[in-house]
Design a binder for this molecule. Structure first.
Ligand code: NAP
Length: 333
């Protein structure tokens, strides 16, 4: 592969805006992401949820926000390495080379790590046949609400995800049983009230899923009472598991970055301790850090501008306003 000016590790909202901004600054860009699709958590974890704190959008569905960010980043045709995990970092005389776990060699002048929470995976219930039923009745999020229309659902968990999905799916599902291991919830009180008062969701408290039943797809679950250990069978078509997520920086931990509490320590210019390697968004930490998309995209723009001046010392740090640029012409700011 050719050497690009900047490689963005993590194609979530912050990385996508960084890719756009680097394009705006006339830099060649490559995005590496272990997920097969761009958009990060917006696309993978909560596509059907509304985001309310994006400037200019009173409310926007996460998947629509991702679509717009992808369209914006695509203006400058970034090189995409998707479904591959950035694994090994080596220094060379023109910058760095990232080799993915899949063996793709990606030379680059600078790097911006915007890996969010790192490699993200949902917590599993940990019962027999769970893997076998993945996507065939066992789901760890909702990508497409319509597949649950008319279905008998078991939703597991007592946090915001479980309650948000119970609320969102109640109008289209045939029935919903919410299964939680105790009688206290982590979800917002208002959402709990709404589920209790405006839906027919059945609460099964002090219970956990003990067994999954079915041939090719789920037809029922056995629940166990966590106190009495009594079990009961419930017919259902799908089990939606919302019992939290695990995140892991994975191979980034071996890059020689300073890592504190699973986050990369950066200075005021979002520089890590490695020359030309920046980190922004949720994965980066510094005093006063606020983990929002709205702040992360600003961090990305600054990191891009600093990277630009490293590659081309004659370039200005601040390129001026985009409203003054003719973006139909090749970007050379
Ligand atoms: P979460 O808040 O971590 O809740 C996970 C739930 O699953 C908890 O009720 C927990 O029970 C239960 N649980 C964990 N391990 C379990 C196991 N092995 N067996 C049975 N139950 C288990 O996860 P989340 O709901 O996905 O939310 C993740 C984060 O995103 C939270 O900070 C949440 O506030 C945020 N979020 C916010 C919104 C929103 O604001 N609308 C929406 C979604 C997510 P215990 O309570 O007993 O530990």
């Amino acid at each position: 592969m050719n050497r690009v000016d900047v490689t963005i590790v993590g194609g979530g909202p912050v990385g996508l805006f960084g890719a756009f901004y680097a394009g705006l600054r006339g830099m060649s860009v490559r995005i590496i992401d272990s997920l097969p699709e761009l958009g990060g958590q917006l696309t993978a974890l909560y596509p059907e949820k509304y985001v309310y704190d994006m400037p200019g959008f009173p409310e926007v569905l996460a998947k629509d926000l991702a679509k717009n960010l992808i369209e914006q980043a695509s203006r400058f045709n970034p090189d995409l390495v998707l479904g591959e995990t950035a694994e090994v970092l080596t220094r060379d005389e023109d910058g760095w080379t990232i080799t993915t776990a899949q063996g793709t060699v990606c030379p680059t002048r600078t790097i911006i790590v915007s890996a969010g929470a790192g490699a993200f995976s949902p917590t599993k219930i940990g019962v027999a046949r769970e893997e076998e039923f993945e996507g065939k009745g066992v789901f760890y999020g909702v990508r497409d609400r319509s597949i649950f229309a008319g279905k008998r659902l078991v939703i597991v968990g007592g946090g915001d995800s479980a309650f948000d999905w119970a609320l969102s799916l109640a109008p289209i599902a045939q029935s919903i049983k919410l299964v939680h291991r105790r009688d206290q919830f982590r979800a917002h009180d208002e959402t709990i009230r709404e589920v209790r008062e405006t839906t027919d969701v059945e609460f099964h408290l002090w219970k956990v899923v003990k067994e999954l039943h079915g041939e090719d797809s789920i037809t029922g679950v056995t629940l166990e009472n966590t106190q009495s250990k009594e079990t009961e069978f419930h017919e259902c078509d799908a089990v939606i598991v919302n019992i939290g997520f695990k995140s892991n920086l994975g191979p980034l931990k071996d890059w020689g970055l300073t890592i504190e509490k699973n986050q990369i320590v950066v200075d005021g210019l979002y520089q890590t301790g490695l020359p030309g390697v920046f980190s922004v968004g949720d994965v980066a930490t510094f005093e006063g850090k606020i983990k929002l998309i709205a702040t992360g995209v600003g961090e990305a723009a600054t990191a891009v501008c600093v990277a630009k001046t490293m590659i081309d010392p004659s370039a200005k740090l601040f390129p001026g306003h985009s409203s003054d640029m003719d973006l139909k012409a090749p970007a050379t700011v």
